[in-house]
Every structure is written in C-alpha cells, then in structure tokens.
Design a protein. Structure first.
Length: 209
C-alpha cells in the first residue's frame, strides 16, 4: 500500500505532461510479436493516482466526485496481468473497473502515461445523453470519472510497437448512468457521501480521517 504524500507528489508532478491516446489494438499472434512486461514503479503508481485526482477535480461543475486515496497491490497485480495479455478486453468475472490505454511506441518513463482527460472527455462525451461518438471513449471516460473512488493500481506492457497500459479501480462504472453529478452553480463537494464528507484541495470528496 502506498499512501499519497502531497509534498512528494507535487515534486514528481511538476514536469509531467498529460497524454493518453486510443491507437489500434495490437495483433498479438503475428510472427515476431514481442511482449515485454514493464510494471510501473512505486513512484509512477503515485503519479497515476495523483493525476487521476487532478483530472477528476478539474471536471467542470462536478459536485460529488470522490478522491482516489491509495494504490492497492492487488489492483496493481491484476492490472499488470491484464496488460501482459496485450488484449483490450475485460476478463470474464473481473471484480474491478478497468481503463485501457494504448500509446504508439515503446516507452518506459512515467511522463508518457498520464492523462489528457479533457481531450477525450469534453470533446467526445455528451453528458446529457450519456454517450460518445465511439464506445471506447465512453467506457474509459466513465471509468476514469466514475464518482465513486477508493483505490487504484496500474500495469504496463510493451506490445509490439505499442505500449499498453491498464488501470484497475475499486469501483466499476455503470454504462447506463452518468458518471458524476453536475451542478450549474459553483457547488464543489455539494453532494459528498457521509463516509467521504471532507472536501480536499482538488474539490473532491475524501475521507475526513
């Protein structure tokens, strides 16, 4: 378990550039296809957690989004196992929410694996209709911005000429529901649940203890 240490995270985040993309899936059965497992380090896991929280808190007019509070080793291991398959598919019976990300090229630094949420969110997701121009945009958007949040764990694998990242979340998104409540006026943390009633610096609902 890795507790979020605010001072450390801001030092790590200072030079970080946001950037996730949706590239074509890798073909894993062709001759010469190379798969190399490249797990995130502890620091990189914390960067992923922190950037999720920054993106969630910056979502326009959200009033009930919860903060991700920790990295969970079980989620890390599960996400890495899924990433190692190089297949963009949720395993049958998966107990967690999953987010899939592909980046062209073989990359190992954590600076390449943090989100540009508004590019795929605001440009492709229709809040009132709860739909997107492409299904994979909606699945990822709803999962990353699903209002319930506790823990996260991410895995990374080189799949041929692409890098495949999978993040596992405690709570699954519901494709039939909007991921968070929007309020037209400024009302940060207006609808926090009792167990996460403290409003943090990102305007996310967090555990007060």
């Amino acid at each position: 378990m890795y507790k979020l240490i605010i001072a450390h995270v801001f030092i790590v985040l200072a030079p970080t550039i946001l950037g996730f993309s949706f590239d074509a899936p890798a073909v894993t059965d062709r001759p010469g296809f190379l798969k190399v497992s490249r797990p995130f380090s502890d620091d990189e896991q914390m960067v992923m957690l922190a950037h999720h929280n920054l993106a969630r808190g910056n979502m326009t007019n959200q009033v009930n989004m919860q903060c991700l509070s920790d990295v969970n080793e079980d989620l890390v291991n599960y996400a890495q196992d899924v990433a190692d398959t190089c297949i963009h598919m949720t395993p049958r019976g998966c107990p967690y929410g999953l987010g899939f990300f592909r980046i062209q090229g073989v990359r190992t630094g954590y600076l390449d694996y943090v989100m540009r949420p508004f590019e795929f969110g605001l440009l492709h997701y229709n809040y009132l209709g709860n739909h997107c121009n492409r299904a994979e945009y909606c699945d990822l958007f709803r999962q990353v911005f699903w209002y319930k949040a506790d823990e996260i764990g991410c895995g990374r694998t080189t799949c041929g000429t692409q890098t495949f990242i999978v993040c596992a979340y405690t709570h699954k998104q519901n494709p039939n529901a909007v991921p968070f409540i929007q309020y037209p006026e400024k009302g940060q943390c207006l609808f926090c649940q009792k167990k996460k009633s403290s409003c943090d610096y990102n305007y996310l609902c967090c555990d007060p203890h």
